[in-house]
Write a protein that binds this ligand. Structure first.
Ligand SMILES: [Zn+2]
Ligand SMILES: [Zn+2]
Length: 257
């Protein structure tokens, strides 16, 4: 299938109305960082140790420190296990996605980078994190017709200024030469942050939180998020995507907690 990526530059900023003016200050403060990231004319130093030269944003020594996700993991939700198999949670309540692909473990120092990207509004880190993407090795027969990021609510999008999952999904779609859209799925309500919630509460918190704007009959879909913990958010979105007829839905995250 021919690539059909959405128009626009690699860094997609939302400044569409007066409601989004608050984003501008943040945008201007990040432009210098983005230019440095995009332009090989400048000598970059490593964003972690801030000492060694690092054209890609991370020096080899800091790259070596990134926590790898264990190979022994649950086939469905990628939870680390003593041996490959299906974890107890997935045996009792299988998630709505068919598989979860994980590039890294959510731990030091990657957790700090992701936190700075999302909550410190350091959009220039999008380039560094995009270069850490490890494309998924999917099950035979899973063809990935479309990549969708986990959407943010309108309120959170205005507050943050960008959707971190969308930036990663766009980069992944570019790497995989796959069709990408950030406008098919939407979040119906601004759900409370999941971090303080127990597993069952996380599932309740995001139940029916997502809508999908069109039929997806027979299509294979890959959902993208920055971090997964229990997989509750991805499962709720996968359920909505499957209700629209998708054949198989897998998910990819940069890091799993
Ligand atoms: Zn370094
Ligand atoms: Zn599992």
């Amino acid at each position: 299938m021919a690539p059909d990526r959405e128009k626009g530059c690699a860094i997609h900023i939302y400044i569409k109305s007066r409601r989004h003016r608050a984003v501008k200050g943040f945008l201007l403060s990040n432009i210098a960082g983005i230019v440095v990231d995009k332009c090989s004319f400048f000598d970059q130093i490593c964003v972690l140790c801030r000492a060694s030269p690092a054209p890609g944003g991370l020096c080899p020594a800091c790259l070596d420190m990134l926590p790898r996700h264990p190979q022994n993991r649950c086939r469905h939700c990628a939870q680390p296990m003593p041996a490959p198999g299906v974890c107890g949670h997935c045996q009792r309540h299988p998630p709505s996605f068919d598989a979860l692909h994980v590039s890294w473990q959510f731990g030091y120092p990657l957790s700090g980078l992701i936190h700075a990207f999302k909550y410190g509004k350091r959009l220039e880190l999008a380039g560094v994190l995009s270069r850490l993407i490890v494309p998924p090795v999917c099950e035979k027969g899973f063809k990935i017709d479309w990549i969708f990021p986990v959407p943010l609510s309108k309120e959170r999008l205005v507050e943050r200024g960008f959707n971190q999952s969308e930036e990663l999904a766009r980069a992944l779609a570019g790497t995989m030469q796959t069709r990408f859209s950030a406008n098919i799925c939407w979040r119906k309500r601004n759900t409370p942050f999941q971090a303080q919630l127990e597993r069952a509460e996380r599932y309740r918190n995001v139940k029916d939180a997502f809508g999908v704007k069109r039929r997806l009959d027979g299509l294979d879909v890959l959902l993208v998020d920055d971090v997964a913990t229990t997989g509750a958010t991805l499962s709720a979105l996968a359920e909505a995507v499957k209700k629209q007829g998708a054949r198989r839905v897998e998910a990819w995250v940069l890091a799993r907690a």
